[in-house]
Design a protein around this ligand. Sequence first.
Ligand SMILES: C[S@@+](CC[C@H](N)C(=O)[O-])C[C@H]1O[C@@H](n2cnc3c(N)ncnc32)[C@H](O)[C@@H]1O
Length: 272
Amino acid sequence: MNYRHAYHAGNFADCVKHAILVWLLRALAHKPAPMFVLDTHAGVGRYRLDEGPAAHTMEWRNGIARLLDPPPGPLADYVGLVRDQGLYPGSPAIIRALMRADDRLACCELHPEDALALRRYFLRDRRVAVHHRDGYEALGALLPPQAGRGLVLIDPPYEATDEFERLLAGLRRGHARFRSGVFAAWYPIKHRAPVRAFHAAIRESVLRDVVAAELVLREPIEPARLNGCGMVVINPPYRFEQEVPALLAALLGQLGAHEPGEGCGLLRLADE
Ligand SMILES: C[S@@+](CC[C@H](N)C(=O)[O-])C[C@H]1O[C@@H](n2cnc3c(N)ncnc32)[C@H](O)[C@@H]1O
């Protein structure tokens, strides 16, 4: 396990992922009934950008730093939350910040040091459980939740060459156990072929009501570069398809450099 998210915290991909995550959590919170959130690949929770790994790579300068002054309207909620947190919030900190009194969060992290750091961060927080375990395995073990409603975030590092296949298997397993759950899975766009194959596999699968939100900074023809990213969402909440395009357009407006091939939008992969 070589991947450490601290090197990439606050980069453009985090901005896309976390802005959509905030939108999804707000949408789920419209209903007063408690929700359960499972974060299968959680990281350490929050990140310093001014020192350590993030200060070394400075990826955040082409990410969150471009959204701060002032954030465009659709991003104000996400950016306001980042400002309130002080350190750059990873997915566990974002989820925790938006949880209500009866909501619950379970985080999985397989890297021993990161799992320990996350445990320390949530020490004595009775609403959050931290598991040092494989997040894909947890999709079988921790679902369905008692609450009966909620969100599953799957955000793997894509170190393994078969990560897309593992992700699809995980989505199928999780969805089979929690059919009403909202599932959101992040994926990199380095070049088109693996993404096309992933989308085709979703279309051919049993999964229904699936959309993909994508943002591409440049023609994805250099497989060694993160040229864009996407989020597959199963059971997107009401108004996802109406509101998320504006979120993506606002992100692209701030994060894009007008390179050939840049773009953003939603694709419907499977109907209800
Ligand atoms: C992209 S990072 C997660 C970032 C986090 N979701 C966020 O938004 O702040 C992926 C994390 O997954 C962890 N990881 C890798 N394989 C895993 C597995 N099979 N189960 C759980 N965690 C895993 C890595 O150590 C890394 O911290």
